[in-house]
Structures are given as C-alpha cells and as structure tokens.
Design a protein around this ligand. Structure first.
Ligand SMILES: N[C@@H](CCC(=O)N[C@@H](CS)C(=O)NCC(=O)O)C(=O)O
Length: 209
C-alpha cells in the first residue's frame, strides 16, 4: 500500500489529489507543523533524511520530491492516465512543467514569504524577487491563454504539480493580474478529486508555506 507522509498545509496536498484523480488506494500518515516555527516535526526525518513533505513510501521504497513522486505514481499506477503519450511532443512539454514548478517557479514565491518580515533591510533583494515573480507568473499566465490546462488542453499530472505555484501566488502578490492563471486555479479547485483530497488531508491554507 502506498503511504503519503502528509504535512499539514503543504505541498503534499498535491499527492493526495493526484491519487484521488487516479483512484489509487493509499494511506495518509499525518504530521503537524511545529508551533511558532511552522517547520515539520522531527518524526518526518525518520522517513527521509531531509524531513520534508511530501514523501511517499511503498513496500521498501521511499520517494521524496514532489516532481519525482508524481512521476513515480504516474509511471507505476496510472496506466497511461493523466500523462500524454511518451512518443508525443506533449510529453516533453509535460516533463518540462513537472521540473519547472520546483526547479524554477517556486524560488521567488518561497523567498518572498521567508524574508518579508525583514522589512526595509531586504529591499535590494525584494526588487529582484518581485521581478522574478512577475517573470514566472507572467510565463505561466501566457502559457494558459486560450487553454483550460497546461498541456494540450487535457488535465494532466503537470497541472497537479504546478498547482502549488498557482495557489501560493495568491499569498505573495495580486494574482488577479494574471487572469489565465487565476482562472486555471479556480478551475482545478472545482475538481471533485481536489476537494476529496482537501477533505481527507485536512484544511489547506498556504499562508505559512
Ligand atoms: N522541493 C520539495 C520541497 C519540499 C518542502 O520544502 N516541503 C515543505 C512543505 S510545503 C516542508 O516540508 N516544510 C517543512 C520544513 O521545511 O520543515 C518538493 O517539491 O517536494
């Protein structure tokens, strides 16, 4: 049985959502963020040395990093669902989004949340971070113009992986300026599997991510 080590209010919501979309049986092991620091509890380090979430275990395998976890679940459990055919160009696009979310887009969003409390002392860096936020959110927004979903108009696991970026954007900037991105977030949040994941995983609010 696949076990999702799920930290409250975190990126691991995506993994529950993907498993709900695919109707794959799984168990959730819950971890609460520590009061004050909002960091993960030490118990997560017993599962993987980094102590981050998401992490999944299945039999004797441990898989960390959301992009790798999504790829693992899709390869082993989706029977071709939620992924373009491997020989198509759409598959290459799909892989790009899978890496892009955490490899590039997450950094300015996370940085802005981490250093905001420094006030004026981080002003020189803030200009750069804000410019990068505009750059990345603008890129995603333009990619979604005229499309319901990221890859060739069909919902895919790439939408699940990038969803965290779209959702966190609302806590870091005025997301409504990116109207295609904003509409995409509202669209995927209506999916029954998304809502089932919130129901099973607990409340999902990203203010402290
Ligand atoms: N790039 C990693 C990021 C993992 C990560 O930083 N997860 C956060 C939750 S959103 C976490 O575990 N934070 C708790 C901590 O750092 O103590 C991924 O996509 O899986």
């Amino acid at each position: 049985m696949l076990v999702v080590h799920h930290l409250s209010n975190s990126r691991s919501h995506r993994i529950l959502w993907l498993l709900e979309e695919l109707d794959v049986p799984y168990e959730i092991k819950f971890y609460e963020r520590q009061a004050g620091s909002h960091t993960a509890p030490e118990a997560l380090k017993d599962i993987h040395p980094l102590g981050k979430s998401p992490v999944v275990t299945e039999a004797d395998r441990v898989v960390a990093e959301s992009g790798a976890i999504i790829d693992y679940i899709v390869r082993r459990h989706s029977q071709g669902r939620l992924v373009p055919p491997q020989e198509s160009w759409l598959y290459d696009e799909y892989v790009q989004w899978l890496h892009y979310a955490e490899g590039s887009a997450a950094l300015p969003l996370i940085m802005k949340g981490t250093v905001a409390h420094l006030g004026d002392t981080w002003r020189p860096l803030k200009r750069h971070v804000d410019a990068e936020l505009q750059n990345h959110l603008g890129y995603i927004d333009q990619s979604l113009a005229g499309h319901d979903y990221l890859v060739g108009d069909a919902f895919s696991a790439a939408d699940v992986q990038l969803s965290f970026i779209g959702e966190l954007a609302a806590f870091r900037t005025d997301r409504s300026q990116f109207k295609h991105l904003d509409a995409w977030v509202h669209r995927f949040q209506q999916r029954p599997a998304y809502q089932a994941a919130v129901h099973k995983g607990g409340p999902y609010a990203l203010g402290n991510s």
